[in-house]
Design a protein around this ligand. Structure first.
Ligand code: ZN
Length: 308
């Protein structure tokens, strides 16, 4: 019998394939520190052509990790993120349907395992590039709990870097203290595609990992900067959720601003978390609570904790 529970992160936990995973209860990330093959063949990888030389790959019929962006062309395949390691065979066979070239470069949006555990597999043949804090976080995590040294990037950067590949410039830019302290946004300049990693959960409430250096206020500042600095017609690949537009991103930022300001003012009025839950203070956004990440009450609880 197959049980799939959608991505869910109350109290910074994630529950996936409850029957077949060794669960990790981690305060710092969307990750499964001990995993076995979920023996769930229903999950498949979908390939969506986005624009120019860029595709988006995501999971259907289950949760195998965050969204992947792919650049294909004469130089080979470049991946942005690579899901859980056990998804690698499915990811690789989907890539074969769009290109017969080897995977040479892998960019990581941040250190969470649901996005980059495939590093363990792809590292053998590709160069892994990430922000320097991804390296630091993975080392820290290795010492504290799960084995993560097989996921370490080969190349790190501090502020930004440019990669010239498949006929276009690919920019990788660090946005500090947003979802984590090592978030990188990847922009394909000719294809006009942005991958925002977990700075953007589309049609869901977000997760912010304070123990991984994240900050809800700074996340809003970062996303506003992205809205200002990238073309309004850019295609937007979120960390989780379907392909989006800059308008979708603007709506998401407006939601973040409104919900944080509601909770902040209720805290100032002396309202308790239980009262806010009872009063349904952010009920306007209830639909996002069904999106597969946090429910409305879980998001409210997270905001209360972060804004206190
Ligand atoms: Zn994440």
């Amino acid at each position: 019998m197959k049980h799939w529970k959608s991505l869910f992160c109350l109290g910074m936990q994630i529950f996936l394939n409850l029957n077949s995973f060794a669960m990790a209860s981690e305060s710092s990330g969307l990750s499964v520190s001990a995993y076995t093959n979920p023996q769930d063949d229903s999950i498949s990888v979908r390939t969506i052509k986005v624009s120019g030389s860029v595709y988006m790959l995501d999971c259907v019929n289950g949760f195998g990790g965050g969204n992947v962006a792919v650049s294909i062309g004469e130089d080979g395949i470049l991946l942005v993120d690579n899901m859980y390691a056990w998804m690698s065979p499915k990811l690789t066979s989907s890539l074969k349907t769009i290109s017969d070239k080897p995977i040479k470069i892998v960019l990581n949006t941040h250190f969470h395992t649901d996005h980059i555990q495939g590093n363990e597999i792809f590292k053998k043949t590709s160069t892994i590039i990430a922000h320097e804090n991804v390296y630091k976080q993975l080392l820290k995590k290795h010492k504290e709990s799960a084995p993560t040294t097989d996921m370490l990037p080969d190349v790190t950067f501090s502020d930004s870097m440019r990669i010239h590949y498949n006929g276009e410039e690919i920019r990788m830019l660090h946005f500090p203290h947003s979802h984590t302290d090592g978030d990188a946004v990847i922009y394909f300049t000719q294809s006009n595609v942005l991958h925002l990693g977990d700075m953007f959960f589309f049609e869901m409430f977000p997760a912010v990992y304070t123990e991984g250096g994240g900050n809800i206020k700074q996340l809003i500042v970062s996303l506003e900067k992205i809205l200002r600095e990238f073309p309004s017609n850019a295609h937007v690949v979120p960390g989780h959720g379907r392909l989006a537009t800059m308008k979708d991103l603007a709506d998401y930022v407006a939601m973040l601003k409104e919900t944080t300001s509601i909770v902040e003012s209720k805290i100032k009025e002396g309202r308790t978390l239980d009262q806010m839950i009872q009063d349904k203070v952010i009920a306007k956004y209830n639909a996002l609570g069904d999106g597969g990440a946090q429910t409305t009450d879980q998001y409210l609880r997270m905001l209360y904790k972060l804004l206190q």
